[in-house]
Ligand binder design. Structure first.
Ligand SMILES: [Zn+2]
Ligand SMILES: [Zn+2]
Length: 403
């Protein structure tokens, strides 16, 4: 017997939640097939053509009115379905990610997020006669790079939502996360080519500037607080050893757990780039993109998640000691949101690794996909069936007293 059928959901609304769990179980093959197909067809940020199409087709088949593309992003999806008791009720966002990592595949396990988000949407569609309001499914591309959700926020695709729910795979179970403010930085140095032996003095070396930048970033790290990160790769380092490089390009990321300190880092990084350019007598272009903020978790909704998870034997293990970044954090400043982690493996396994990628398509992960779909749907039901809870979430969000 599966874990879903084996446990009684958390109160309140036990019958509705049990019906949602049964709907996930009934759609088990469809949900897991989607997870496996996306895992086997990894597509990086903004290129999730196949995944977005599969996701859109699946929710359309379950009655959702689907926009694909949605907003400016070709691989964004929005599906909407009214509650059976009318649209005058909460509008709950059920999110799904599906981008992979270049060269690694689904090393972050986003296939499990796509499938569980779709699974939650299927479950809520199956029990929609029980509530008023609107289920809003959002397929959100480009989490690993580029902050797709930020574009979707700007395109109005989150407008009118009362909550946004998104699970992420992990090697632990916890509802609280503390993602770092983060941004991608493209750094391009422009120099002047010349023969590296016969007349090097005629050149201006763009690689020297890049090496100076990496050196100064390395020295800077000693002065950075522990919650800060700066890391990068060289994407273009010249074309031949006997040519003074006239162009080099790097991709950095800078991050901080402190939103205000992040702004300080950003300015300092820009000055390090300019200093490196001066040192090598070259020009520099610095371009920041894909901003992700720190997270504002909705305690009101997180508490419901923890209770719903506990009913299935999931004990919250507390937040991770260290963190990456996510554009879900940007959403959390627009609408009450949670981004809980559930384990897809029982052994410590770092994200963004081959081991995590392989774990994301195993039977252990499959069970987590179904559990995540169930818990997202049940937490959405807590909100649909209790508008006072939605109001409390908004009061907390606004910082009102007594929330
Ligand atoms: Zn990731
Ligand atoms: Zn991820």
């Amino acid at each position: 017997m599966s874990v879903l059928a084996d446990h009684q959901p958390a109160a309140p609304f036990v019958d509705a939640k049990a019906a949602a769990a049964a709907a996930v179980e009934a759609a088990r093959d469809e949900i897991l097939d989607l997870s496996h197909r996306i895992h086997a067809t990894p597509e990086p940020a903004f290129e999730e053509v196949q995944a977005a199409t599969w996701v859109a087709e699946t929710i359309r088949a379950h009655g959702f009115e689907v926009e694909h593309p949605a907003g400016r992003l070709a691989t964004a999806v929005r599906g909407r379905l009214a509650g059976g008791l009318g649209t005058d009720g909460p509008r709950i966002g059920i999110l799904a990610e599906y981008d992979a990592l270049p060269g690694l595949g689904h090393g972050c396990g986003h296939n499990t997020m796509a499938a569980s988000g779709v699974g939650a949407a299927i479950a809520l569609a199956a029990v929609r006669d029980l509530f008023a309001g609107e289920i809003v499914f959002l397929g959100t591309p480009a989490e690993e790079r580029g902050s797709g959700k930020q574009y979707m926020l700007e395109d109005g695709l989150f407008d009118g939502l009362d909550a946004a729910l998104l699970y992420h795979p992990c090697d632990r179970n916890h509802v609280d996360i503390a993602p770092l403010a983060s941004e991608d930085v493209s750094v391009v140095f422009h120099g002047l080519q010349s023969h590296a032996a016969s007349e090097p003095w005629e050149g201006r070396n763009a690689l020297d500037a890049m090496i100076a930048l990496f050196s100064s970033v390395g020295l800077w790290r000693q002065q950075l607080p522990p919650h800060c990160r700066v890391h990068g790769i060289i994407q273009e380092g010249g074309t031949a050893a006997n040519i003074i490089p006239d162009r080099t390009r790097a991709w950095f990321m800078i991050r901080s757990a402190d939103q205000a300190y992040y702004e300080v880092m950003k300015e300092r990084f820009r000055r390090l780039c300019e200093a490196a350019a001066i040192a090598a007598d070259v020009q520099v272009e610095v371009e920041f993109s894909g901003f992700a903020s720190t997270m504002k978790t909705s305690r009101v909704i997180a508490n419901r998640w923890v209770a719903n998870a506990a009913a299935y034997g999931i004990e919250d293990q507390g937040p991770d000691g260290t963190s990456g970044s996510t554009d879900m954090a940007n959403v959390s400043w627009a609408v009450p949101a949670i981004h809980p982690d559930l384990a897809i493996t029982d052994v410590p396994t770092p994200g963004h690794s081959i081991e995590f990628r392989d774990a994301a398509a195993r039977p252990r992960a499959d069970e987590t996909v179904l559990l995540a779909a169930t818990l997202v749907a049940q937490t959405a039901l807590d909100l649909f069936l209790d508008p006072a809870l939605v109001e409390r979430a908004w009061r907390e969000f606004r910082g009102d007293a007594g929330a």
